[in-house]
Design a protein around this ligand. Structure first.
Ligand SMILES: [Zn+2]
Length: 479
């Protein structure tokens, strides 16, 4: 009996030991997902304008309720204040490079984020209210010395083959003959479809999950929030559609989400437009926090630089923003129809006042504003003169144009540090002050990816990289 008991115990122990030997250890948890949400031109001023506007409606910004807040210095490799291309390139490569270039320089030994994600078997995508070929998204997938070469950048987007890309900029994918901007006659949309990419011009219905998706929702940028029609998608819808598409891959993923029009509203000195575009950014962040798993997905909100440093003045009354129904861009289009004014100041006033009254209940233009509108060098300056006049009535001021447009290289981005905030794994680590390159390196670390460059070459600063020719953005919202 005793002997049988011992045998039994031995048998049970043996089985238990054998079981321990054959059972594999649990697999390591998959690497976290990361959503990097960028407000192009989003600084503390834009944040406070959006906050005050939300308060007048009894609402709160989700941006006010995150973990720790940090600050980003806005340097580029060759200047105190970056442009969007250099900032995006720094997030992608972990290094500060020169302005107006997107992606690494030719011969630079650095592996951009998307390439490291692909090599690691991850999924990745883009969702933006700007053109998908614009500097911020392009900084993640393109390599061109000049950000304005957007036709070329469009070709590089197809080569990069993100799992999902949603934004504007259709014109850069179609030949001139078909209403696009391409002078090489190529129809990239047909080429993309032939290459197994699902091409969409709207977001209705779920996106295909068996192939990459390219959804181009506008010829150029998507409209300012003030000009958006009800049937046009919100940034939140773009972002959620992209998340669902990436989740469908079953792999860990990275998503860039950009509200690209805060910067363009700020260039236009459009206080109401800036506030509403920032509220749109906030809605997208709220949606992203709701649809992603907080244990698995880090949501980081940051910015490349502030633009024209908007501020509320002491006499501001944000509740009055409610009367505004059109952006400065839209009202300027209606007044000037793309041309300099050739008539008298009185004729200009006669045409402008009904348009400004309808769009912003603005019924008077000072003589110096009429003068400024007539003598402005181009449509950007015209919009800034108009925006300054309209925003002043709401108690919102911007750095004066003459202080901003000092040379062809400078067009309104300002040197204040910009906020960064996060939710999810390691979110509290955003506290502190870092530059764009450091933010990029931290994101890669959270994603558990190797660094973009070997440590010795990462130590080289951007001044070892040739600064490319500087130029002003040729279209609305330089970024
Ligand atoms: Zn800009």
């Amino acid at each position: 009996m005793r002997r049988r008991m011992i045998t039994l115990i031995a048998g049970v122990l043996g089985a238990a030991c054998a079981k321990e030997v054959v059972e594999p250890p649990p697999p390591p948890p998959p690497p976290p997902n990361v959503v990097l949400v960028i407000g192009d031109g989003f600084g503390a001023g834009a944040w406070s304008l959006a906050r005050e506007w939300a308060r007048t409606r009894g609402e709160e910004l989700v941006l006010d309720h995150g973990s720790a807040v940090g600050f980003l210095e806005v340097h580029a490799g060759d200047a105190l204040v970056t442009d969007s291309g250099a900032a995006a390139t720094a997030w992608s490569t972990g290094r500060l490079g020169p302005r107006f270039r997107v992606g690494p320089a030719e011969g630079e030994e650095v592996i951009p984020l998307f390439e490291r994600l692909r090599a690691a078997g991850r999924a990745f995508g883009l969702a933006t209210t700007s053109r998908i070929t614009h500097a911020t998204p392009a900084g993640f997938y393109a390599r061109v010395p000049d950000r304005e070469r957007e036709d070329e950048i469009a070709v590089q987007l197809l080569d990069a083959r993100p799992d999902v890309a949603i934004g504007g900029g259709r014109r850069h994918f179609r030949p001139r003959a078909a209403g696009g901007s391409r002078t090489d006659g190529r129809d990239l949309l047909s080429e993309a479809e032939a290459d197994g990419i699902a091409v969409r011009s709207e977001l209705a219905g779920p996106l295909p999950v068996d192939r990459p998706v390219l959804a181009l929702l506008a010829e150029s940028h998507l409209p300012h929030e003030l000009d958006r029609e009800e049937d046009e998608p919100d940034l939140a819808e773009l972002a959620v559609a992209a998340v669902r598409r990436l989740e469908a891959t079953g792999r860990s993923w990275f998503l860039l989400v950009e509200e690209g029009r805060i910067d363009s509203a700020a260039h236009d000195h459009d206080g109401p437009g800036l506030a509403l575009n920032t509220v749109r950014l906030d809605r997208a962040v709220r949606a992203l926090i709701e649809v992603t798993d907080r244990e698995r997905t880090l949501v980081v909100v940051g910015s490349d630089h502030a633009t024209a440093s908007p501020v509320f003045l002491e006499f501001a009354h944000p509740e009055s923003l409610e009367v505004v129904t059109a952006s400065i861009e839209r009202m300027a289009e209606r007044i000037f129809e793309g041309r300099a004014w050739r008539g008298t100041p009185a004729e200009l006033e006669e045409k402008a006042i009904p348009i400004l009254d309808r769009g912003a209940r603005h019924t008077g233009l000072r003589p110096e504003t009429l003068d400024g509108l007539i003598t402005a060098a181009n449509r950007y300056d015209r919009r800034a003169v108009l925006g300054t006049a309209v925003s002043r009535r709401f108690g919102i001021a911007f750095l004066p144009c003459e202080d901003q447009v000092a040379s062809a290289e400078v067009h309104g981005h300002t040197g204040e540090p910009v906020p960064v905030r996060a939710w999810g794994p390691r979110a509290s680590e955003v506290a502190g002050v870092r530059d764009h390159g450091e933010l990029g390196r931290w994101i890669a670390e959270v994603l558990e990816l190797p660094p973009a460059a070997a440590p010795d070459s990462a130590a080289e600063s951007a001044d070892s990289v040739s600064a490319d020719s500087a130029s002003i953005d040729s279209d609305a919202g330089g970024g």
